[in-house]
Design a binder for this molecule. Structure first.
Ligand code: C5P
Length: 222
């Protein structure tokens, strides 16, 4: 049985990949399954939090007691997150937002013509960085999925995006990252602390993360 220690805490979780349309039948995406974000949303609701889950396309079931806002592109995710930001105490951004999107989206299916096709991409908005710039008293938590120089890259994002905490995971390690049930993560905090966790189920990672959320949230209330 879980404690009811997040009662009164309004948590916004983002999960899953985003889909960036090329034309009406094609899109660019990544391997995110949404499992980590859904596990966090489920555990937070069980611990009494009011949970909104903004999710890209996944094959997962929305956990009981969670308000779900389904989105597809990064642009849609941004709108949904901003719409819910005012009434939020904690944002946990577990989504794997596509960094780029096709610069032009054809109204019709692209035709096969020459041997080579050049697709021009433009940058998507960085949602979390935007939230960081207007965070107020909120707690912001990000994820950093990396394949190299994990801690350095995660620490840089923590600082640049004005986060309270970042969850660093090496997505190239066995049993970690996208589309598996386990993860190996490190928590990095704004005050420089680093907490290393062993390999564990994503549900377990979610509970450990929420223990930190609870502490950060309680500390803000004092
Ligand atoms: O893509 P990046 O490694 O910078 O992602 C780090 C954090 O920023 C993640 O929590 C991710 O959800 C968030 N992010 C975002 N909008 C983007 C890219 C990333 O909110 N366009």
């Amino acid at each position: 049985l879980l404690p009811n220690d997040l009662q009164g805490c309004r948590i916004l979780v983002t999960a899953g990949p985003t889909r960036e349309e090329v034309d009406p039948v094609r899109y660019i995406t990544n391997y995110s399954s949404g499992k980590m974000g859904y596990a966090i949303a489920e555990a937070a609701a069980k611990r009494g939090a009011t949970v909104t889950l903004v999710t890209g396309p996944t094959s997962l079931q929305v956990p009981d007691g969670v308000k779900c806002v389904p989105v597809s592109s990064a642009e849609e995710m941004r709108s949904a997150v901003l719409n819910n930001f005012t009434a939020t105490d904690v944002v946990i951004k577990a989504a794997a937002v596509a960094d780029y999107r096709p610069a032009e989206r054809g109204a019709n299916k692209l035709k096969k013509k020459e041997d080579e096709l050049v697709l021009r991409l433009e940058k998507n908005p960085d949602i979390l960085a935007e939230l960081g710039a207007q965070k107020g008293e909120r707690i912001l938590i990000g994820f950093a999925a990396e394949t190299e120089r994990l801690l350095a890259h995660a620490a840089e994002k923590l600082q640049k995006k004005n986060l309270d905490m970042i969850v660093a995971n090496d997505v190239s390690a066995e049993g970690a990252g996208f589309d598996v049930d386990t993860n190996i993560v490190r928590f990095l905090f704004a005050d420089g602390r680093v907490d290393e966790l062993e390999l564990m189920k994503k549900e377990q990672v979610a509970l450990r993360l929420l223990d930190q959320v609870e502490k950060l949230w309680k500390a803000k209330q004092q």
